[in-house]
Design a protein. Structure first.
Length: 260
């Protein structure tokens, strides 16, 4: 039984990856990210005494924004296209249950994102080496948790794709990304708010949305600050809990959705 489950997951994940590598938009997206990373060499020359900082900031910015764009594109189409092409009926009519179908799609998304992430990270690290920017373990931890954020957004993307339209999917995903990074600011605004309903609203948003700033170690890498083990454990906990919650919620909704 386990072997059948693994083979089904592997087949669906590879199918998602194969379809993605035929997609020109992902090539354009990844290629444009590499171009922006290379352009940091020119932008760095314009910055007086801050070339290393410009190169690092550009790299972190590209890795963050391009990941969001890739997740939006993949997630908005990954379930909708299966339904529009009626291929979902063919898959689910076989001994493949819906949780396996969704999990296979999720693993496939992660594989596609990992491929794009490796290309972008390699290009950025090559630029850093070319300009002799000192690389520390903090840079690699920052990159690891940036990719962790990509995976987290993929889980939320699959959750929204299981019941909303592509437009709403994109809107919710962008909202979670930006509000998640403003989570600490929302808490401060809630503490300083004079109006009760605003205070309660900001607190509700703070507790409902994932705290993506817990995954942000970019400043620590930029300023060579020490990353404590407590912060690392907190970041890992945020990833594990929110990815699990999003996938479980996506499965509950998709299982109850009428398709066949």
């Amino acid at each position: 039984m386990k072997n059948v489950f693994r083979s089904q997951l592997r087949a669906m994940a590879i199918n998602v990856w194969l379809e993605a590598i035929r997609d020109r938009f992902l090539y354009i997206l990844t290629g444009s990210g590499i171009v922006v990373l290379l352009s940091s060499l020119i932008l760095g020359r314009m910055a007086v005494g801050g070339q290393e900082r410009v190169i690092q900031n550009t790299g972190f910015w590209v890795m963050g924004i391009w990941g969001l764009l890739a997740v939006i594109y993949l997630g908005s189409n990954i379930v909708r296209q299966e339904i529009e092409r009626h291929t979902v009926y063919l898959v689910l009519s076989r001994p493949v249950n819906r949780p396996t179908f969704l999990l296979g799609k999720f693993i496939g998304m992660v594989l596609v994102l990992f491929s794009a992430f490796c290309l972008l990270a390699t290009a950025w690290l090559a630029v850093m080496q070319f300009k002799a920017v000192p690389l520390t373990s903090r840079h690699f931890w920052a990159l690891i948790f940036i990719f962790g954020e990509w995976i987290l957004l993929s889980a939320f993307s699959l959750f929204f794709a299981s019941f909303t339209s592509p437009l709403l999917h994109n809107f919710f995903l962008v909202g979670i990304t930006f509000l998640g990074h403003w989570s600490n600011d929302l808490r401060l605004f809630a503490e300083n708010a004079d109006t009760i309903w605003i205070k309660n609203l900001l607190k509700a948003i703070y507790y409902i949305l994932p705290n993506l700033e817990a995954l942000n170690f970019r400043e620590a890498a930029l300023y060579n600050e020490i990353i404590s083990s407590a912060l690392m454990i907190e970041a890992a906990g945020v990833l594990i809990c929110w990815i699990s919650a999003a996938l479980i919620a996506a499965n509950i909704i998709f299982v109850r959705r009428k398709l066949l």
